[in-house]
Design a binder for this molecule. Structure first.
Ligand code: MLT
Length: 264
């Protein structure tokens, strides 16, 4: 499905129904298909809404620089278009950076937060240089090259070797993203604000999820968020790396399902 949001056409999945609205924000350089197993596995308890961020998947990419606030504005536009007043906002990795921006912009639209394989801290100067290098790589050789570089950290070696169809799906998802979308996101991540001060301001129920073997954003980042967000709960998923929801969907969905019961 597609809807005009602000200055572009945004593609999204919406399972509909009367369950708690659950907005799923994908990571980088991915698209809404990251959440396919959540749409299938949680539609009985939630109205699962999974968009493609601007420049990713089947969404358009208007000209101009992108910021975490711009992505969050787009998502509020999507909720407006769908008539959804507030939602449990879930973001994986870059999606978590956007969830923090969304929360700061309009806390009243956030019933709860799910922060998966993400962190509050901004890029270090070395990290910022890495963003520039990856943007140059994408421009010179295509976005698949950036995906290939990231691939070893997305899944555990056990899954990458033992369930190659999962690795193939992740590789294909990363390879099909547009250079414009990838570069826009890299610059937005490079320049994103520090969300650490936001942690103490979070007053909605919050679930933090980490792949126990995430090396891109290690579990210690999840622990730091758990310690700083009052009343939050941390679930560590064994046998999962950065894309915990994709690699271990049953365990991920179980944690989310339990969390959603808070809102029933
Ligand atoms: C992501 O998975 O969204 C990104 O890799 C996060 C990042 O690079 O900071």
């Amino acid at each position: 499905m597609k809807v005009r949001v602000r200055d572009f056409e945004m593609a999204y999945e919406d399972t509909g129904g009367s369950g708690t609205p659950l907005l799923l924000i994908h990571g980088f350089p991915l698209d809404r298909t990251l959440w396919a197993a959540q749409g299938r596995g949680l539609a009985d308890v939630a109205r699962v809404i999974a968009p493609d961020l601007r420049g990713f998947g089947e969404s358009g990419m208007p000209a101009g620089a992108v910021t975490m606030d711009a992505y969050a504005d787009d998502l509020r536009g999507l909720l407006d278009a769908l008539g959804v007043k507030n939602a449990v906002v879930a973001g994986l990795s870059m999606g978590g950076y956007i969830a923090f921006a969304f929360y700061r912009q309009d806390v009243h639209r956030v019933r709860g937060l799910i922060l998966a394989d993400t962190k509050a801290s901004p890029d270090s100067s070395e990290g910022k240089k890495g963003r520039d290098d990856n943007a140059a790589l994408a421009c010179a050789h295509g976005s698949a090259q950036v995906g290939d570089k990231m691939m070893p950290k997305m899944l555990t070696p056990t899954t990458a070797n033992g369930r190659p169809f999962i690795a193939d799906a992740v590789r294909a998802m990363m390879a099909r993203q547009s250079v414009e979308g990838v570069v826009g996101a890299l610059m937005a991540m490079r320049d994103r604000p520090d969300s650490t001060p936001t942690l103490a301001e979070i007053t909605v129920p919050t679930l933090i999820v980490t792949g126990a073997e995430d090396t891109l954003i290690p579990p210690k980042e999840a622990e730091a968020m758990r310690n700083a967000i009052r009343g939050s709960r941390l679930v560590s998923i064994p046998g999962a790396a950065h894309l915990a929801n994709f690699e271990a969907p049953d365990a991920f969905n179980h944690a989310v399902r339990e969390f959603l019961q808070t809102f029933a």
